[in-house]
Design a protein around this ligand. Sequence first.
Ligand code: ZN
Length: 342
Amino acid sequence: MSDTDFSYPWFANLQALLDGQYVADKLPHAILLTGETYSGKLVFAIQLAKRFLCDETKALAAVTPTPCNDCASCHLFEAGTHPDFSHVAPQDSKQIKIDQVRGLIAWVATTSQRNGLKVAIVDPAEQMNHQSANALLKCLEEPSGNTFIILVSSRSGSLLPTIRSRCQQYAIGLPERSQALQWLHAALPNRDDYELLLDIAGGLPLAVTMQLNDDYLASRKVVVEQLAKLCGNQTTALKSVAEVQKIEIEDFLDICQSIFSDAVRYDATKDINAIRNSDIADSIVQIQNHTSVDFLIAAYNRSCADLRIVRSTSNPNKQQLLEALWIDLRSGNPHVISQFGL
Ligand SMILES: [Zn+2]
């Protein structure tokens, strides 16, 4: 099975909606597909492209629910040489550059080489710089009759409003909890802590399988311990940084975000069951006890902002980012914390 063949049960409703619109010739040609990191939105977009282009779809006059993997189109798609499919993604930097968008515009203007349909994916769309986004606008304004352009984004709010307004927006949402748990049972048959894992992952089963490895789970314990000490004035910022600096920066910030989110939730409810990271709930309560809600909200927002920096910058200065965050948290001052990292 190739990477493009995964279909997750929580895709079913959106898949049925888009397939129905396609068959009725009502699917908009500019599509904005949104969803959180690890929602599976790129997999969905790629599979949509492969299914639309599959020769089975043409033969059936309806969209094949899964790619046949046996036709000429599916073979070309898997080989990465399908002439009617274009995937625009950042190359050597984390930005989608103007030359790439110009290439896409030129490709859109060409005629389909197979069954009359072309599909392009731009991912992550928020990584287009201003110039690239403006260039793409023209393409979205004058959609070609046989080309679908799918923009994939986890931060659609940071796209130009003019881009958003030209696209029909669809969201990959969270699966039903029972559906997610059932899927996790099958995906990770040797574990027995599915409820906890799904809570830590914010309800996203793919975050469990792709992000929550043993290192990540161990790192949470280190981070919450250090945060509890930091907020309780039991350590210095630099001493504490030394304890956490080996953790991969994206995991580290994701963990901070999750811990502060729990602390804010606990502050509001005083209900320990509201804490998603239930196995480290005692330390999260300590953090809440030592701080104010303004501090917790500022710390949560700062973790999110720093995470965005790490995910969207090609070479963030990780050490500087980490030290700045830790020193600002140690200050205990929400206004200091609110100033974004680098
Ligand atoms: Zn096929």
